[in-house]
Ligand binder design. Structure first.
Ligand SMILES: Nc1ncnc2c1ncn2[C@@H]1O[C@H](COP(=O)(O)OP(=O)(O)OP(=O)(O)O)[C@@H](O)[C@H]1O
Ligand SMILES: [Mg+2]
Length: 1007
């Protein structure tokens, strides 16, 4: 408001409470018009924000703008949706009370845009971590999805929300958004099967046809042209110039993936099946029977697996009546088809909201604070008003009631806290209209329900008669029969009129009973329960078919959900955004006064202003008032040192305020007329040059005195600190006591500071600053925590490949460490995935192995059991066996399950023996092999065969089995070079590098 005071002469007033003539609607609208002309679309009424749709992009929503409004008091800066967002957020944080922002206005006034801007403000400005950033994305991305399925082009808005939405954003103790939850209200299902001229069905149908790729459309048996679908041609408006269905399709698909959706296919099947259902046509037989003329549609429906084929064909043409099957007539069949399409779409929409809620659900802790956003249909008066408008306008009556109650309550509370007498405010209490609609037994909804349930002939007209009988004479209810001559001329016989708080609306009763019944033939429900599509089988529960209890009627359901909504809103601190649409042509820069006046009226803005201005136009805390106007009074300038109330009193006395112009509360001053305030403001403007000069003088004097004091103070402080330091040093070995506390604290602080700079950077770095004696334990604890942290970070960075390598090395160390001389060398090398290139293994071998894929291959030398002749071979490891290969031939297969053990020497040779079964004499015996990568090979083999515990490391010799029960021994000896030779008595000598081994193979008779 302060900025508004200074800016008031330029573009109207930024807060309507400063309008001199606050009772004048003309002055109100003129203020809106002037500001709108300058692109100033926001104006306050106290804390309520009035927003006029600019119908063009304004550069007032950037990140810098968000920063401008962060943490800044409402009144210090020009009105903005960000100011409301920020204030609500801060109130939630500081007062720890849940908040809600109620956005209202007629269709196209900018409610949804406003709610998106609020969400974006929180997503950008609130503290976050990675998890929360994802949540912020999901919150934002829920919008395109819900808009695709719940919004449509209407005559009034190209992106009209055809459902009401209340969204809770949950914040944790740090003020970070951590969860969300959406409640949806009354989707306009009738749009699925019918659209008025110039309007469209829900966006998703057109997006799918325009954006879906050819394969997808073929799978769904769809054609690209919307004109080919009966449900899309009713409004004769397949395309929109302002919207690209193709681009929006991409946006929606991406949003679905951000939200974590996995059921796209099933969801699109349902959308396609609604279109196929719409194209299902009926004919009438000679004997009046109804049959389906478009069987292909039924086939398509079955193909997309939403509705079982045969059943659907039969069921749409059959009806149950006292458990007997009777043919439906033509009209009944058409309406059963449409009822099915509406039910399928409506329930899928509710399922979608549930799904989004699961994705937004709070994952961490409890104890959150909440900001709720209500974006709900505004008051609607169309040429032809039906059941939907009745519900929408009833909802607005309830919200108006809440608004008046809460605004008056908060005003009254403020007066009470401030100790100021409450002056009664005259306002229209719309409770009488709410009762007219919702009262038990007597209200319109009860009468409608009764009429739906009553046995015997009931129809819309009988409902109207019942209304007339029961409500005739009510001051807010009129019908053609009850009206006087003048009203009769503008009413048809099929209408009833309600005198809403916002104006009169005539409702046409045609369709009221059907829409309230909203019943789906039991057979069709049964069919849907059998659908293969899991979304549908979730939406149509078998229990529902079995349950004999009648479900609640649509209006009662809506009434109950509104009661719950009111409870939710009542439990929170409300803020209001009132949206206004400046023209019907959706054009920037056009301000249609008649249209705006109408909205000002039904939004109750004048009423709101009157309540706000009933007592006082302006109120401000003492300190804020004194701070701003203190230069105007010698007693309060430059500073007031007494009680704030006395300072304000001195100030207003000096300014000559009259008793009727103001009141002092306990912490605030209340000023009755804007004029008083403007005079004070003008005086402040005039005083500014003087204030400037006296400020400079004061500043110079202050600087001089300050410098002198500063020098004295610094010298004193140095002495005090030096003394405490020396004393502390002397007592440093004592327990913590007043004499040494300063010194010890200093030592600890220095250690921690030093530690922060010199923390080890890697797990291998074992340096750690030496702690002072008092911090030894803490230092050790910190060292462990830091080490654990580094290890965790290191582990997180390890790539899967590297992890595999490390696991193998760990096993190698378990087997060989300190046991075999070549281990340090072998383990130091990278273990390769294979030592043989794919081309090195013969194709025939690979073909023979077929499905048993080679996991590892290496060249080995096989020593014959007789004569020990060395032969080149390949050893290939698969998942279940190893195989010894000679070029194209598989020489020997060793099943891992049969492998009895693996022996190696403790020296640095590459010899190893695979011990094989030798139960009978037919067996050839164990395999004696040599490999240059024995550490790697044996490790891999042991791991793959799960035989890590079967590896023996023999220091001197290895015994091995030979054919016919004979046994051989390999003796290992150190030498000067690696050689494998046959000894005189059949010995084989092996020497390697600097270390030399002799391998002596002797035949020893088994006996
Ligand atoms: N602040 C804004 N800046 C620019 N354009 C806006 C703004 N607010 C609204 N609009 C324009 O007006 C159109 C209608 O706004 P919006 O969809 O928010 O209306 P609504 O009140 O939610 O209507 P409905 O009740 O039909 O859902 C938007 O598509 C956008 O083009
Ligand atoms: Mg909307």
């Amino acid at each position: 408001m302060e900025s508004s005071l200074t800016a008031r002469d330029r573009v109207g007033v930024q807060d309507f409470v400063l309008l001199e003539n606050y009772n004048s609607e003309a002055a109100f609208i003129e203020n809106l018009r002037r500001r709108f002309g300058e692109n100033l679309i926001y104006t306050y009424i106290g804390s309520v924000l009035v927003s006029v749709n600019p119908y063009k992009e304004l550069e007032i929503y950037s990140k810098q703008q968000m920063e401008r409004y962060r943490g800044v008091s409402f009144y210090e800066i020009s009105p903005h949706i960000y100011a409301v967002s920020d204030n609500t957020y801060r109130a939630m944080r500081t007062e720890r009370k849940d908040q809600c922002i109620l956005i209202s206005g007629e269709s196209g006034a900018g409610k949804t845009e406003a709610s998106k801007k609020i969400l974006l403000y929180y997503a950008v400005t609130c503290p976050t971590n990675d998890h929360m950033a994802t949540l912020g994305d999901r919150l934002l991305q829920s919008n395109p999805v819900l808009e695709a399925f719940g919004n449509a082009k209407t005559l009034r808005n190209d992106n009209s929300s055809r459902f009401g939405k209340y969204m809770d954003v949950q914040f944790d103790f740090r003020g970070a958004p951590v969860g969300g939850h959406i409640l949806n209200y009354l989707l306009e299902k009738s749009r699925v099967v019918h659209q008025n001229h110039g309007e469209r069905n829900f966006h998703i149908f057109y997006q799918l046809l325009d954006g879906g790729d050819n394969d997808l459309l073929t799978t769904l048996d769809l054609e690209r042209k919307p004109q080919n679908y009966h449900y899309l041609v009713k409004g004769n408006c397949p395309r929109l110039s302002s919207v690209s269905d193709k681009n929006n399709w991409k946006v929606v698909m991406k949003a679905l993936s951000v939200i974590g959706f996995t059921e796209e296919e099933k969801l699109l099947n349902i959308i396609a099946s609604v279109l196929h259902l719409g194209n299902t046509q009926f004919g009438e037989g000679e004997e009046g029977e109804t049959y389906i003329t478009t069987e292909t549609q039924i086939t398509n429906l079955a193909k997309v697996r939403t509705v079982p084929l045969v059943l659907l064909g039969v069921q749409i043409c059959k009806n149950t009546c006292k458990k007997m099957i009777s043919p439906l007539d033509f009209e009944q069949a058409v309406s059963a088809r449409d009822a099915l399409a509406k039910a399928v779409y409506g329930r899928t929409f509710t399922w979608l909201v549930e799904k989004i809620n699961q994705s937004l659900a709070l994952k961490v802790g409890k104890g959150c604070s909440v900001i709720g956003l209500l974006d709900i249909y505004g008051f609607e008066v169309l040429q032809h008003n039906s059941f939907e408008q009745f519900c929408i306008n009833y909802c607005n009556e309830k919200l108006q009631q809440l608004f008046i109650e809460l605004t008056l309550r908060s005003e009254q509370e403020e007066y009470e806290t401030e100790g100021i007498a409450w002056e009664t405010v005259q306002y229209f209490d719309n409770k009488i209209i709410c009762d007219l609609i919702e009262e038990k037994h007597k209200g319109i909804i009860s009468i409608l329900d009764e009429e739906c349930l009553r046995p015997g002939e009931t129809c819309d007209v009988s409902f109207l008669e019942k209304l007339e009988d029961t409500l005739g004479g009510h001051p807010h209810f009129v019908t053609h029969k009850l009206a006087n001559g003048k009203t009769r001329r503008v009413m048809s016989r099929e209408e009833f009129r309600l005198l809403h708080y916002a104006g009169e609306v005539n409702y046409n009763i045609n369709g009221f009973l059907d829409k309230n019944n909203d019943l789906l033939n039991r057979n069709l429900k049964e069919v849907m329960c059998q659908s293969d599509n899991q979304i549908l089988s979730h939406c149509f529960r078998r229990e529902e078919v079995i349950d004999q209890k009648r479900p609640e009627m649509a209006a009662t359901q809506f009434k109950n959900s509104l009661t719950k909504l009111m409870e939710i809103l009542m439990s929170k601190e409300p803020s209001y955004v009132r949206c206004i649409k400046p023209n019907d042509a959706k054009q920037p820069g056009r301000f249609d006064e008649v249209l705006v006046r109408h909205q000002v009226k039904y939004l109750g803005l004048m009423e709101n202003l009157r309540v706000r201005r009933a007592g006082f136009a302006y109120r401000r805390r003492f300190e804020a008032f004194l701070q701003r106007y203190k230069p105007l009074c010698p007693e309060t300038w430059p500073n007031w040192h007494g009680r704030l109330a006395d300072g304000v009193s001195a100030l207003v006395n000096h300014l000559g305020y009259k008793a009727e112009e103001y009141k002092l509360g306990r912490s605030k001053i209340f000023i009755r007329f804007p004029k008083t305030l403007f005079t004070t403001e003008d005086a402040l403007e005039a005083k500014k040059p003087d204030i400037g000069a006296s400020l400079i003088l004061c500043y110079c004097l202050f600087l001089d005195v300050f410098l002198q004091l500063y020098v004295q103070l610094i010298s004193l402080l140095v002495c005090v600190f030096l003394f405490r330091f020396i004393k502390g040093f002397i007592y440093r070995h004592e327990e913590y006591c007043p004499e040494n506390e300063y010194f010890l604290d200093h030592v600890r602080y220095s250690f921690l500071k030093n530690l922060r700079k010199n923390l080890p950077k890697s797990v291998l770095d074992k340096n750690w600053p030496t702690p002072p004696p008092s911090l030894i334990e803490a230092s050790e604890h910190l060292r462990r925590v830091h080490m654990r942290n580094m290890v965790m970070k290191y582990c997180r960075r390890v790539q899967p490949e590297w992890k595999k390598q490390m696991m193998q090395k760990v096993v190698a160390s378990e087997i060989f460490k300190d046991q075999k001389d070549s281990y340090p060398q072998g383990v130091g090398r990278l273990f390769l995935d294979s030592r043989l290139e794919r081309e090195q293994i013969n194709l025939k071998v690979i073909q023979t192995l077929a499905n048993d894929k080679v996991q590892y291959g290496v060249s080995v030398v096989k020593h014959d059991r007789r004569g020990f002749k060395p032969r080149s071979r390949q050893l290939l490891l698969t998942n279940t066996f190893a195989v010894l290969v000679d070029r194209t031939k598989l020489k020997q297969r060793i099943d891992y399950t049969a492998l009895r053990g693996i022996s190696v020497s403790s020296l640095s040779d590459g010899m190893f023996v695979l011990h094989l079964p030798n139960e009978d004499n037919k067996q050839k015996g164990d395999l004696v092999l040599h490999c240059n990568h024995v550490i790697e090979l044996v490790t891999k083999l042991a791991m793959m065969a799960s035989k890590v515990n079967y590896v023996n490391i023999s220091p001197g010799s290895i015994r091995f089995a030979m054919a016919r029960g004979k046994e051989g021994i390999i003796d290992f000896v150190r030498g000067s070079e690696l050689k494998v030779t046959k000894g005189k008595r059949g010995h084989l000598l092996v020497s390697a590098g600097r270390k030399v081994f002799f391998i002596i193979l002797k035949n020893i008779s088994a006996s």
